[in-house]
Design a protein around this ligand. Structure first.
Ligand code: FEO
Length: 402
């Protein structure tokens, strides 16, 4: 049975939810599922905006067939060529012989890469920044959004209804559960964490490019944001635009401390716990703690984007950094985590070098302020080091208050 939502008189959500997929991109846990949004406009021409992932293809095809109700499909606008939105393109080309594809100059070579040798003769319309396209009552204009987060990405602005099709931007993990509009749900309570985790891990590297898109968006009168994942925004758009502005500028959302520790036998964990208690006693109220071995790295990245201060505590392992912590640091660098105030706490039983090596990694990231020089314990935290730990705590709490 088709499962659709009407958005306005001639405009429908025809996407689908996947709650079976364990790992998005085979990387990111999605215990609450994910939605693949697709939209269908019934104007003088029928226009579909993006397709969906292959896993929900059958539902999607039923949906568009039901909304078309006997009409043919005239155009498909392709905003992004990642397979979670493009899996059904070749099926649609077969089902609808008059279908034409609208995309950017970089779209169609990618389409051939993913779908093999399609015969696209007379079936493509290549658009560039500022081009317009009339569907009848609706006029669409196209904005290029390169590297948000792939090079071919574009967005479409419906001049008639003032809605922006924003590709992956403003999307989130989390299935929609029947509700498709932000005003039908408590986004802050139920989706914000997943939205942050989605943005920071998937688009986080490309803050400059997101800023460029936000500048383009600021010049438009947008009444509705239609992303490829998560809810459609039809009120309080400022909320999600402001989140994107903060995240893409690498500014912290929360004044507080993220503590990430690696611990083989609990001794580095004890060090992290003692520091956390000292921070709480000194009045720091926002403290998040993660065991680097058990929290998924996507959560660690999301919290690195969220908090103003980061404490990394790690044993030395094989003369290097504890592997899970080393991997986290690689991810931080790859995703451009920057502009944070950081303290490093090391551990080692005979040759502690993790502090020095973590510090070097952090110094290779942009605008990181180090509050510690070479603090390390030997196997366990000793009473003789408490004064130094108190001093580190004061530096962090003073820095938060400043
Ligand atoms: Fe949702 Fe970049 O694909």
């Amino acid at each position: 049975m088709h499962c659709i939502r009407k958005i306005t008189e001639d405009f429908y959500w025809v996407g689908a939810n996947d709650r079976r997929l364990a790992l998005f991109e085979n990387l990111f846990p999605i215990p609450k599922g994910v939605s693949y949004n697709s939209y269908l406009l019934l104007d003088e021409k029928t226009v579909l905006f993006d397709t969906v992932d292959a896993a929900v293809g059958r539902q999607f095809l039923e949906n568009i067939q039901a909304v078309l109700n006997g009409r043919s499909l005239d155009y498909l606008v392709i905003h992004h060529m990642e397979p979670d939105h493009c899996a059904l393109i070749s099926d649609l080309l077969l089902r609808y012989p008059d279908l034409k594809l609208i995309g950017s100059a970089k779209t169609f070579p990618m389409l051939q890469q993913f779908h093999g040798s399609l015969d696209l003769k007379n079936r493509t319309v290549t658009v560039k920044e500022g081009d317009t396209f009339s569907c009848g009552r609706h006029t669409l204009s196209f904005l290029m959004a390169p590297m948000v987060h792939w090079p071919e990405v574009m967005m479409t602005y419906d001049l008639t209804e003032k809605r922006l099709f924003s590709a992956d931007a403003f999307g989130t993990f989390g299935a929609l559960n029947g509700r498709i509009f932000n005003d039908e749900m408590d986004f802050d309570r139920d989706y914000l964490e997943d939205a942050r985790r989605y943005y920071t891990n998937i688009v986080g590297k490309y803050g400059v490019q997101v800023q460029n898109v936000l500048k383009k968006a600021a010049a438009l009168d947008i009444r509705m944001l239609c992303p490829l994942h998560g809810p459609i925004w039809r009120n309080n758009l400022q909320y999600i635009l402001e989140k994107y502005d903060i995240w893409s500028k690498y500014e912290p959302e929360t004044s507080g401390v993220l503590i990430v520790y690696g611990s083989m036998y609990g001794n580095t964990e004890n060090l992290a716990n003692v520091l956390a208690s000292l921070l709480a006693e000194s009045g720091v109220t926002h403290i998040a703690m993660h065991d680097v071995s058990t929290s998924h790295v996507s959560e660690l990245i999301a919290d690195a984007f969220r908090y103003s201060h980061i404490v990394l505590a790690s044993p030395t392992y094989n003369g290097g950094i504890y592997p899970a912590m080393a991997s986290y640091l690689e991810d931080m660098k790859a995703l451009n985590v920057q502009n944070r105030t950081v303290a490093v706490l090391g551990n080692g039983t005979w040759a502690p070098t993790s502090t020095k090596q973590i510090t070097e990694k952090l110094q290779s990231m942009k605008h990181m302020t180090l509050l510690t020089e070479d603090f390390s314990i030997k196997s366990t935290l000793q009473e003789t080091q408490m004064e130094e730990l108190h001093a580190i705590c004061r530096k962090i709490s003073d820095s938060i208050r400043s």
